[in-house]
Design a protein around this ligand. Sequence first.
Ligand code: SF4
Length: 149
Amino acid sequence: MTRKRKSKRDASPLIDGIRFQCQGSGRCCMTREDYGYVYVTLHDRRRLAACLGLTTLQFTRRHTEKTDGWFHLKDPEEPCPFLEKGRCGVYCARPTQCRTWPFWPENMDPSVWRKEVAAVCPGVGKGKRYTAEEIAQILERQRDVPGHG
Ligand code: SF4
């Protein structure tokens, strides 16, 4: 669930009636040109540190760097370091950004959804249909993640 480098964007219009179910492809965890940032909030760093048996400070020093004031996993030009044989190696503790994929503000524009998200993610169009209200709740959970709003 790598993300474009944080940019200031207006809130995108919500799209409704989206079907999505993760197919475990790992494709969203691969770097695609400038889509390489896995941002980690303080809450994310605490959760990941606990999962890996580290203190939050140890995790932050070992696995993150800061760009424009935002913490993200190291080496954004590479696939996520926690991707193991196409699967997330820290799935239970994965960052908020990853938990909320593909319902990101920048993906809510119907043309972005169609041309960028659906082209990469095999989970689009499968499984549960998310209502606009459910999507709004997922977007709300990203308040402290770069790129929100
Ligand atoms: S933390 Fe896990 S879900 Fe998130 S990008 Fe890395 S491998 Fe993918």
